[in-house]
Design a protein around this ligand. Structure first.
Ligand code: KIV
Ligand code: ZN
Length: 504
């Protein structure tokens, strides 16, 4: 590998999916994996195959069907994990096994109850097994940033000798600072005799808001792989955000002197795709992909921008895929135009999915004159989310409410060939009554942890998008639904969540 090339390792589908409420079904994961290939990432960490049968299946499907990037699966340092990971990955044209083992004193003593020598031996045995199965092996000493530097050097040297081709340095708890991270990588480069036989990688969490800065400091010190996620989603405060790392390296090429393979024009569409699928919206002022990232409000800035854009703009919106115009479709637009727009937004619909989206598009076009990208994204998401997960389907909904009146919700749901109905005439408004109705019909207890409504696009007739976060029997899931009728959108969102729960 050219020393000025940075590999981008995306862990949205593994570390990202570990963040509460970000769980995705198989169809959604496939959609994201394909979008990551289109974006140009080098490695996709598709999941943790031993974690659950669902995780195993999704890693296997991605490994079997997605081409154009390495597909990686996570494993702890034990034979069962490693063999399971290989079972899922072996159909990939570029498989990678990623094994990890905690190395810091705190993890050794309290979590693993193992001595330093036992840690080294466990690492060696596991890496030998992994490299007997697969040529591309990554090793992560978990909590590396809190590991004694001498011990970290010993572990890394032993890992490379035992077959690791990439050594990843995780700041597991987001404890590092940029100077600290720079020193860790510099130390490894100076003190580990076989370090040039492996790629040095970095994996930072954002607990102190420094994940991107720490990743860049590691690159400056010589790391040549960065692990990150779309929109920075991930455990707790999240991981380093892919779009920020990539655009910092590109915009400050004068300083970092490295290049990634990322097609930066796909950054905004990929970010939106993930938000639409998970319901986790990025904040407006989020760097690169936030709605305000390129909006100049101050008169002085606007004046400068009109005279010469570079006065206040260090990146061009079009370079990150922000289109100046939101192309409008209407009821006379055909399937080809819809298909083109869906593709530009990052969706890969099968012919059958496109047909259903097209029918829904026509119905929507009857209700509202202009159909924007947000509407199309909402229709595509509904279709992708629904694929293979339609345990309960809304058949009919009748809602009445008003000032000083108890709400009344009459609902009928389909479950296979059966239909079940409920009529609720109490509750704290129609939304509460809708929750009661779904709970009564499906028998799934529902605690609403979060409820958000936003309009998919501009205008009074816009599609309303509802996101709910629901807890049921200690499982937390998100559900999304859209409709021009907000109560109906809510019911779709609740059912989306219930259907996820039923399939867990
Ligand atoms: O944060 C972490 O330490 C991890 C490892 C599994 C790489 O996610
Ligand atoms: Zn992590």
């Amino acid at each position: 590998m050219n020393d000025s090339t940075i590999k981008i390792f995306d862990t949205t589908l593994r570390d990202g999916e570990q963040s509460p409420g970000a769980s995705m079904n198989l169809a959604e994961k496939m959609e994201i994996a394909q979008a990551l290939v289109d974006l140009g990432v080098d490695i996709i960490e598709a999941g943790f195959p031993i974690a659950s049968p669902g995780d195993f299946e999704s890693v296997k499907e991605i490994a079997s069907n997605i081409r154009g990037a390495s597909i990686c699966g996570l494993a702890r340092c034990n034979p069962r994990d490693i063999e399971r990971a290989w079972e899922a990955l072996k159909h990939s044209s570029q498989p990678r096994i990623h094994v990890f083992l905690a190395t810091s004193a705190i993890h050794r003593e309290f979590k693993l109850r193992m001595t330093p020598e036992e840690i080294i031996q466990r690492g060696i045995d596991s890496l030998k097994l992994a490299s007997s199965l697969c040529d591309d092996i990554e090793f992560s000493p978990e909590d590396a940033s809190r590991t004694e530097p001498d011990f970290l050097c010993r572990v890394v040297e032993a890992a490379i000798d035992a077959g690791a081709t990439t050594v990843n340095i995780p700041d597991t708890v987001g404890y590092a600072t940029p100077n600290h991270m720079h020193k860790i990588i510099t130390d490894l480069k100076n003190r580990v005799p076989n370090i040039d036989k492996a790629v040095i990688s970095v994996h930072c969490h954002d607990d102190l808001g420094m994940a991107v800065a720490n990743s860049l400091a590691a690159v400056e010190a010589g790391a040549r792989q960065v692990e990150c996620t779309i929109n920075g989603i991930g455990e707790r405060a999240g991981n380093a955000s892919l779009e920020e790392v990539v655009m910092a390296l590109r915009t400050r090429h004068d300083y970092y002197n490295v290049e990634s393979k990322i097609n930066t024009k796909r950054l905004v569409p990929t970010s939106r795709l993930l938000s639409n699928i998970t319901g986790l919206q990025v904040q407006r002022n989020k760097a690169i992909v936030g709605r305000n990232a390129f909006a100049h409000e101050s008169g002085i800035h606007q004046d400068g921008m009109l005279k010469e854009p570079t006065t206040y703009e260090i990146m061009r919106p079009e370079d990150v895929g922000l289109e100046k115009t939101d192309l409008v479709l209407g009821k006379h637009s055909g399937r080809a135009a819809l298909s083109d727009r869906a593709k530009a937004l990052g969706y890969h619909l099968s012919a059958e999915q496109l047909q259903v989206v097209f029918e829904e598009f026509k119905k929507l076009a009857d209700k509202k004159k202009e159909i924007y990208d947000g509407d199309i994204a909402a229709l595509c998401d509904q279709q992708i989310r629904g694929d293979g997960r339609q345990v309960w389907v809304l058949e009919s909904l009748d809602v009445s409410h008003g000032t000083g009146k108890e709400p009344c919700v009459k609902m009928t749901l389909k479950h296979g060939d059966e239909t079940k109905s409920a009529e609720i005439t109490e509750g704290d408004g129609p939304i509460d009554a809708a929750f009661w109705a779904v709970e009564r019909i499906t028998g799934v207890p529902l605690t609403c942890k979060d409820f958000q409504v936003r309009s998919a696009t501009l205008g009074r007739d816009a599609l309303g998008e509802v996101t709910v976060e629901i807890e049921s029997d200690k499982k937390v899931v998100r559900g999304r639904g859209s409709s021009t009728d907000t109560v109906q959108a809510t019911v779709h969102a609740i059912l989306d969540a219930v259907n996820r729960i039923c399939q867990m």
